[in-house]
Write a protein that binds this ligand. Structure first.
Ligand code: NAD
Length: 259
């Protein structure tokens, strides 16, 4: 993969950081794109400072930069793509990984919660892909990896917005795979199982601690442990490199879900 350029949204922390690390280890240039200002959601999202710290931490592995992006905003997506082209002269792999979660009974769920989940998780994939297309078409080896979820394959109570958004990502992935095949652009989805990031620690199992998360996942997951950001990075690199794989939604979930 040497010297392919990869843009990872939501790359400041969590799964996106793991994906950035794996692409750097595979010899790529990486642009981390994330929110500059992490306020305004049910739990704290990433900040400029966090993204800058991640870039510094990963710098020993290769050329990694940071650019701010809000994936719900078309002009911001275009600016992040332009920053990548300015920094590295190319864009070969787009990883649409930015995402937010919220949960709760349908009668208490607000329109604002619903709309923001769809704005980030679904519209964000569309806007970033649209902004990146010219760059990807100019690449001889282009791929898109969308972070969906096992929640994009099976519904869950109190999770209609999140599950609906991730089902949408799987459908978008299949559609883009067909639409962009003629350009030689492969498009796949990564479906993580359960990874101990802010989504779990600060929201879904807030205040219950890492040990409680580990115990619960050991019971639930047939392979006996939660997934890690490294598991996700490895799978993302596979999806971006496999020459004849496109349109799949790959579960990385320790046999917790199989379809
Ligand atoms: P996370 O909260 O640590 O990471 C999400 C990142 O997206 C954050 O850095 C956040 O700042 C960024 N982001 C949010 N809104 C944004 C916006 N408008 N513009 C740009 N960036 C924005 O959580 P994570 O678990 O690392 O999530 C990464 C992806 O993995 C998400 O798409 C999530 O839905 C998916 N996922 C996570 C799990 C899990 O178990 N953690 C499971 C399945 C899927």
């Amino acid at each position: 993969m040497s010297k392919r350029t990869v843009l990872v949204t939501g790359g400041a922390r969590g799964i996106g950081k793991g994906i950035a690390q794996s692409f750097l280890e595979a010899g790529c240039n990486v642009m981390i794109a994330d929110l500059a200002q992490g306020d305004g959601w049910r739990y704290r999202l990433a900040t400029d400072a966090e993204a800058a710290a991640t870039s510094r931490e990963l710098a020993d592995l290769g050329d990694v930069r940071y650019t701010p992006v809000d994936v719900t905003d078309a002009a911001s997506c275009a600016a992040a793509v332009q920053a990548t082209l300015d920094a590295f002269g190319a864009l070969d792999v787009l990883v649409n990984n930015a995402g937010v979660v919220d949960s709760g009974p349908i009668e208490q769920f607000t329109e604002r919660q619903w709309e923001h989940i769809f704005a980030v998780n679904v519209k964000g994939v569309f806007l970033m892909t649209q902004a990146a297309l010219a760059g990807l078409r100019a690449s001889a080896d282009a791929a898109i990896v969308n972070t969906a979820s096992i929640a994009g394959k099976r519904g869950a109570p109190n999770m209609a917005a999140y599950c609906g958004s991730k089902f949408a990502v799987v459908g978008i992935t299949q559609s883009f795979a067909l639409e962009l095949a003629g350009d030689g652009i492969r498009v796949n989805a990564l479906c993580p199982g359960m990874v101990a990031t802010a989504m779990w620690q600060d929201h879904l199992m807030a205040n219950r601690g890492e040990a409680a998360f580990e115990d619960r996942m050991r019971d639930l997951i047939p392979l006996g442990r939660p997934q890690t950001v490294e598991d996700m990075g490895q799978a993302a690199v596979y999806l971006a490199t496999a020459p004849n794989v496109s349109g799949v939604a790959l579960n990385v979930a320790g046999a917790y879900q199989m379809h």
